[in-house]
Design a protein around this ligand. Sequence first.
Ligand SMILES: *Cc1c(COP(=O)(O)O)cnc(C)c1O
Length: 236
Amino acid sequence: MDSIAENLEAVRARIAAAGARAGRPVDAVRLLAVSKTYGPAAVRAAAAAGQRRFGENRVQEAAAKIPECPGRLEWHLIGHLQSNKAAAAARLFDWVHSVDSAKLLEALDRQAGEAGRTLQALVQVNVSGERSKSGLAPGEAAAVLALGNRLRNVQVCGLMAIPPLAEDPEKARPFFRKLRELRDRWAAELGLELPELSMGMTHDLDVAIEEGATFVRVGTGIFGAREHPAEGAGEA
Ligand SMILES: *Cc1c(COP(=O)(O)O)cnc(C)c1O
């Protein structure tokens, strides 16, 4: 497990270097360790190396894993969530990055209330228009963000996106930039504070940070290659 500590060190160095290039404050970017497909031992190793924030993409997997992990970690749901799993998600997670409908946002608010918790939420935007990608079309997202003003138990804090997979990380830059510009526009138009941008993964986190990411979601760069990456990328 020493390699997890070393990998974390290397990822933190990349984050610091990208932040410095972009002239951003040292604490502007938070690292999510995406532990999907990895068990509690890997989470414990990362936690022992100082990692506090973890990302999972499936409710069922997280429900089995989280109780086996150290307490006082922060858990972020980053995969598609069906409204009928909102109750479980509201109890397991501190953040949901993948809100993609008004119905889901309202269900999370109701369920967080019943659980006596407050959730932080991000609205996922399909910035590329690819049919295969989840997230709201830009034309639909503003209405869901505006709903955030009326919720009691969920705080809508910003946007999340997954740009198309590309060999060259520079290809993702226009999509990261677009997410930031949409955030700036909606924050002004709706009078909302939307400080968070969840964007960037192992291979393109540097570019995402240069374009304003406040959360980067890093799996393989910390834990190593997943055995079944296609499954790992699936639904919550
Ligand atoms: C798996 C996953 C990641 C992490 O991807 P890596 O390439 O392993 O860093 C980030 N975001 C989402 C939504 C994911 O499903």
